[in-house]
Design a protein around this ligand. Structure first.
Ligand code: GLU
Length: 299
């Protein structure tokens, strides 16, 4: 008799546009892995961006998933109903003294970075290519900073990465296993995490009381996720997720990152492109079998 708990996977799309072929691959790999390993695949709706994630898009997303055959008979977690849980997690990080109010706008960061680079100094970028947050004190005068901190200027709460790593005070790693086929049952490999590559990440914004990184770790724990299976575009983000799990004392899932579906030009698919939206393909008469073939899955 096995003593291993059944694995719990999740597909976690954001209804801020229509699902495309890449989402179909992610959803089906999760469903298939869960089935093969005798576990479950849950659904989480990542709709913290209340302006862009609409109920209509959510409904259409559920229709697409049903058509694909993703299991929808388990309780669905909607991030828009979880803001309190994210605030609690933020409170824990605040209590550790790791959170600060950051007021630089995107344009101010850009200008600062350009000024540095004109002087011949390359400013570090995160793995997604965005400049690391320079810190308010480097850019603003003392008076300007004080005025912003007491006024109602827009701000984000950021994690003080240096202080967070000092508190953790040990090398971090995550467990990475295979995403499909025979690799699913292979023993996971430890991967060295480097959250410092992301600098002072955003935890919450003035008008969105959470962020992707914060809510994803809180919810993976809340849903009892044992296996996170998602696209390789989120591979580097795992470093941040591992750090937040350690700081918040959350369980550690196994990670599995899958290949991305590319368009004819070899580019990553985007939600704004109609040509690869599942909905558009369905309306154009594509069958489920044709979708499976296009994303390289056997029936
Ligand atoms: N909501 C994210 C997306 O649609 C996926 C998050 C995750 O799997 O960690 O890309």
């Amino acid at each position: 008799m096995s003593t291993q708990p059944s694995p719990i996977f999740r597909f976690a799309p954001s209804p801020n546009g229509h699902l495309h072929l890449g989402h179909a691959l992610s959803a089906l790999l999760n469903a298939r892995a869960a089935e093969l390993l005798g576990g479950k695949a849950l659904l989480r709706i990542e709709n913290i961006d209340l302006a862009r994630c609409t109920p209509v898009l959510e409904q259409e997303m559920l229709e697409d998933l049903e058509w694909l055959g993703y299991p929808l008979d388990t309780p669905v977690l909607r991030q828009s109903e979880r803001f309190e849980a994210y605030q609690t997690a933020l409170g824990k990080l605040e209590a550790l003294g790791l959170v600060y109010r950051a007021t630089l706008t995107r344009a101010e960061i850009k200008r600062f970075v350009e000024e540095q680079e004109v002087l011949g100094q390359r400013w570090p970028r995160d793995p997604d290519g965005a400049p690391l947050y320079p810190g308010d004190r480097i850019v603003l005068s003392e008076d300007e900073l004080n005025a912003r901190l007491i006024g109602d200027a827009p701000y984000a709460l950021r994690l003080n990465m240096k202080a967070a790593l000092e508190q953790v005070n040990q090398p971090l790693s995550w467990q990475e296993a295979g995403p499909e086929g025979p690799s699913l049952t292979e023993t996971p490999t430890p991967i060295a995490a480097s959250p410092e590559d992301w600098g002072d990440i955003i935890l919450t914004r003035k008008d969105t009381p959470t962020s992707y990184h914060l809510s994803v770790v809180v919810d993976d724990a809340a849903q009892g996720i044992t296996d996170v299976l998602r696209g390789t575009d989120l591979y580097q983000a795992t470093s941040v997720h591992r750090l937040l799990q350690v700081l918040l004392d959350l369980p550690e899932p196994v990670y599995r990152h899958h290949r991305l579906v590319l368009d004819e030009d070899g580019q990553k698919l985007s939600k704004s492109s109609q040509s690869t939206s599942l909905r558009a393909l369905r309306h154009a008469g594509w069958t489920r079998a044709a979708v499976l073939e296009r994303i390289g899955l056997e029936r």
